[in-house]
Design a protein around this ligand. Structure first.
Ligand code: HAM
Length: 428
């Protein structure tokens, strides 16, 4: 029996994005697309669902795969799953299509996880992200981290902290995992079955556990960065040098393991002080140098990140000065009162062709109601087609931010608006 949700409401943990909020999404994605394009990334659109094995490669013992995946059998008997994250599908596409490396791609896509729904944690969430396949150059790590850092700056987001760690390579890992397991098992009797089971399955998964009683043991655990191979240590140092050269502040976070088993070498997470600790990650990523091979491809290093759109929006909201993005430039108020008249139709199209975001009311509303609609739309200017002005072949233009009103000849309207908005952000 399904739970007694109202079936004509969105299911628990998912939501609609409606105007005007959706205009901020468009703006956010446009800024992301502009920044990554300047760095040579091409867009990739991968399927919303894949064979379940593709996602199992991200870690069979992770919560995301073991507990939260929307897996199902299709009518042909195939075992499929909705994408819980973006990396696995992109790596599968790389292995399938053999593009020329380095392959630099970006995406904007929804992901599905059966999580405990709360503010900032949803069952469908959206990410913008990048992946770079085919190079293990530490310069690629720095580029990827700098892109995400720059994106937050583009949005005017403040109070963001970058945490950095290295998970080591295949050579570093076994020695560390053995030392960690030994340390954790020495305390397992006191900490119970769940703890012991996790240590046996993958002791790294204990390091990021939030269970209060475990924290003491976790804090005293050996650190991965003390067990790095020579190659991993040098790589990690070069990444840090690169970040310093770009003036990007970071904090070393030896217990940052992140939620997937594919990570090797560099891992990072951006956190905001504006959200509760359990949901304060607004983006994160790292290297996954073994993943392509695990999907049957040639050994191919890779690195990328995903940033949660909803969480970035919440952080902007919490900042209080979130810019009103994507409002209209012009709202046309028809004071001629001729139902079915074509004047406002023609003028609004003229403005749109000139590149302005322009809208109008429908259905012969009163002038008062139309001005209200202009305010509600967050328009920068109201342009009124009134009888008196029409007699002079002019329009009345009101700056809806300052309240100032002037008369402008109709033929000069576009030039007037262009001059007034020069240097301001309009869609023109
Ligand atoms: P992730 O850390 O699981 O990494 O997700 C990336 C970001 O998505 C998080 O930092 C957070 O902002 C957002 N996010 C994750 N889960 C939720 C949720 N339930 N509700 C709202 N927002 C959420 C990945 O997904 C990796 N694929 C990142 C990556 C790319 N690593 C390498 N390449």
């Amino acid at each position: 029996m399904p739970p007694a949700d109202d079936v004509f409401r969105a299911p628990k943990g998912v939501h609609d994005v409606l105007p005007p909020e959706s205009a901020r999404w468009v703006d956010l994605v446009a800024r992301f697309a502009r920044r990554v394009r300047r760095a040579g990334y091409g867009m990739v659109v991968s399927p919303l669902f894949e064979h379940v094995e593709v996602f199992e490669r991200v870690g069979e013992h992770t919560d995301v795969v073991a507990k939260e995946m929307y897996a199902f059998t299709d009518k042909g008997g195939r075992q499929l799953a909705l994408r819980p994250e973006g990396t696995a599908g992109v790596v599968r596409a790389y292995v399938q299509h053999h593009p020329t490396p380095p392959w630099k791609v970006w995406y904007v896509a929804p992901n599905f996880r059966y999580e405990r729904a709360q503010k900032g944690r949803y069952r469908q969430h959206w990410q913008v992200g990048v992946e770079v396949l085919g190079t293990d150059d530490p310069g690629a790590d720095v580029e990827v981290i700098a892109l995400l850092d720059g994106f937050y700056r583009d949005l005017g987001l403040t109070g963001v902290k970058l945490l950095l760690n290295s998970m080591g390579d295949a050579e570093s890992r076994p020695g560390y995992v053995a030392a960690l397991r030994e340390h954790l098992l020495a305390h397992a009797d006191a900490l119970g079955d769940e703890f012991r089971a996790r240590v046996h399955a993958n002791p790294l998964r204990v390091l990021d556990a939030k269970v209060e009683d475990w924290q003491d043991v976790i804090e005293r655990a050996p650190q991965l960065t003390e067990h790095l191979s020579e190659a991993s240590r040098v790589h990690f140092e070069l990444v840090q040098e690169g970040l310093q050269a770009l003036g990007i502040d970071y904090e070393l976070a030896p217990r940052l393991v992140r939620g997937f088993d594919y990570y090797t070498s560099t891992t990072f997470e951006f956190q905001t002080a504006a959200l509760d600790a359990a949901q304060n990650a607004i983006g994160g990523g790292g290297r996954y140098d073994g993943l392509a091979e695990q999907m049957g491809g040639a050994p191919t290093p890779g690195i990328g990140f995903g940033a949660g759109i909803e969480r970035v929006m919440l952080a902007l909201d919490a900042q209080g000065d979130a810019p009103m993005l994507g409002g209209l430039d012009v709202f046309l108020v028809d004071g001629l009162g001729a139902p079915g008249g074509t004047e406002s139709l023609v003028l609004v199209e003229l403005l749109r062709e000139a590149g302005f975001a322009a809208d109008r009311a429908f259905g012969g509303r009163s002038v008062k109601a139309q001005w209200k609609a202009a305010d509600r739309a967050g328009a920068r200017f109201g342009v009124m087609l009134g009888r008196d002005e029409a007699a002079r072949d002019a329009v009345a233009v009101k700056d809806l931010f300052s309240g100032e009103q002037v008369e402008v000849p109709r033929t000069g309207l576009v030039a007037w608006l262009q001059a007034r908005t020069a240097g301001e952000e309009t869609t023109a």
